[in-house]
Design a protein around this ligand. Structure first.
Ligand SMILES: C[S@@+](CC[C@H](N)C(=O)[O-])C[C@H]1O[C@@H](n2cnc3c(N)ncnc32)[C@H](O)[C@@H]1O
Length: 251
């Protein structure tokens, strides 16, 4: 997916994404009653591996898969245990019945769900499951009440691109041929200062799309620094709206 193909976004994914994943994955694995260190896990659309590393405590073996080579290179540079391979969610380069838990964070919006479903049905072992999860851009803080307004200005200036992307929720998954089991929604709270928040916003697809249209990244960053620094002079607790669903392919 072109938006994720550049080295800047891959480096940002390696260094600046908030650690929402481990909270959500922890809840999902607890719900599954999964035992630590016991499962063959595949993380689809792994980016630079934040979501893969979050699932590693439950893995006997774990692989992250992403279509973008720069994401995989950065994931390998961070290291931390998982293996990483380049490949598509619609043509998973693994054998039949080889995966106990397939995790996927924020990636299915860009994936052909019908082809993905066929591949899931092939690679999942008997009793295997898929943990789908995502979180919205953090934009609220009880300690920094002006944050949401500033974020809305950011999103108006540099809108989130919609090309090649579709919403994913439990009804979309059901319509795509997945049986939806348990799941939950939650707010994950993470303290961030202005540097961390601006570095994180610079990883959002809003910025990647603006840069592809010719906007200098340095100009976006400068605007963000000026707008968010007065609001986040010290670490403030930012709220991320997150959800997960445990699903299996039907049939
Ligand atoms: C929003 S990022 C999430 C990355 C990572 N899961 C995380 O949470 O940090 C979506 C990722 O999905 C990958 N992706 C998009 N379409 C894909 C496809 N068809 N097959 C494999 N990966 C894909 C992108 O390259 C990108 O790295």
């Amino acid at each position: 997916m072109e938006l994720f193909a550049g080295d800047d976004i891959a480096k940002g994914y390696a260094a600046a994404r908030p650690a929402v994943h481990r909270v959500v994955v922890g809840r999902a694995f607890a719900q599954l009653g999964a035992e630590c260190g016991r499962h063959r896990i595949l993380d689809v659309g792994c980016g630079a591996g934040a979501s893969t590393r979050a699932a590693a405590p439950w893995a006997q073996a774990i692989v992250g898969l992403d279509s973008e080579i720069q994401m995989i290179r950065n994931a390998r540079t961070v290291g931390g245990g998982p293996g990483y391979i380049v490949g598509a969610a619609e043509a998973i380069p693994l054998g039949t019945d080889t995966v106990d838990v397939l995790t996927t964070a924020g990636a299915l919006d860009f994936v052909d769900l019908a082809r993905f479903r066929s591949e899931v049905a092939r690679v999942l072992a008997p009793r295997g499951v898929v943990v789908v999860y995502d979180f919205a851009t953090g934009r609220r803080s009880a300690d920094a009440p002006g944050l949401e307004r500033a974020y809305n200005e950011f999103a108006r200036r540099w809108p989130r691109p919609t090309d090649g992307r579709h919403a994913v929720d439990t009804s979309v998954l059901a319509a795509a041929g997945f049986s939806v089991g348990s799941g939950d929604q939650m707010i994950v709270s993470i303290a961030m200062n202005a540097n961390a928040y601006v570095a994180y916003l610079m990883t959002e697809t809003n910025v990647a799309a603006a840069v592809q249209r010719g906007e200098p990244a340095a100009r976006v960053r400068q605007w963000c620094v000026e707008r968010f620094s007065p609001l986040l002079t010290e670490p403030r607790v930012i709220e991320f709206d997150a959800w997960y669903a445990i699903v299996t392919p039907t049939g």
